[in-house]
Ligand binder design. Sequence first.
Ligand SMILES: [Zn+2]
Length: 332
Amino acid sequence: MKLSKKILLSFDYEPYLGAKSGTAARCLLQPTNALRTILNKYNAQSVFFVDILYLLNLKKYSESNNDITAIIDQLKTLYAEGRYIFPHIHPHWIDAVYLEDKKEFSLNDLSHYSLNKLKKDKINSLFAESIKFLQEIGISYTKWGYRAGGWCIQPFSLIKDIFIAKDVYFDFSVLPGYKNIHVDQAFDYSMVTWNAPYWFSDAVETQDVKGAFIEFPIYTIKISQIAETKDRFVRKYLWKIGDRGWGDGISAKTSAHTIIFDKEMMAIEILNISKLRGYKEYVQNEEYMHWLSHPKMFTRHGLKMFDRFLKYAENNFDLIFDFHEMIPPPKK
Ligand SMILES: [Zn+2]
């Protein structure tokens, strides 16, 4: 009998969030279609967190009609294939500037990068608009999930009643061992060490078995010096052969301030041949792995390695992909 392993695959469905957003085709549509081929092959359930404020911005400009139509079609396809489609809020879209000549956005103003920079009323309306957008295109749940833009969901007390009012019970924002002290993107998960979903009530970083919400922490791994060196070499090679990632935008400058450097997420965009063996070892040793990937940053090589990883995992283990099957038992 094969051992069972929980592999939670989550994706941030978004363009770039800095000086240049990039195009819908390159940042979202094309890499997501390449990904779908692999997910379908392994019948892999997964969760897509949609940057709804980007879509609401696209809707304002008639030139982007084709983009918004294509994105909605893709979201409907993903939903029809059984993927979960939940909101992902990057609040600084409220300050985005449309670049008419490029038909892209500039998100240079990062003063509202973190949700807690906004007034409660505004946060409430952003949640309401986001869920309404999904419902209007036929995507609906009795219990919703959420991932905070830039992992900024602290203090949870600020939005707890919004979660309850909007039926949001699953959170996917905690990045164990990470901390960011940038003024625009502050979070602190350095005290979180559990690698398994847990119940919480008043704070995402504190377990509470009597809580109403469930946190699905992202799987973070320690990187050795040797692995880092090999990785650098492979990345250089991929760059040289032109496999530089799908997206064509520029990142926001805040993430560079994340501290605790020896950890990284499990992600398709940073997976390459130098890490494949390590990833296989993790699946042997762990029961739960939560990958967080960004289609905009996928390389063709990374997707190929992801395919190989899933093939290995499927051959050796009984795989559980649906996060509903990962919910820990509530306290009796
Ligand atoms: Zn994001």
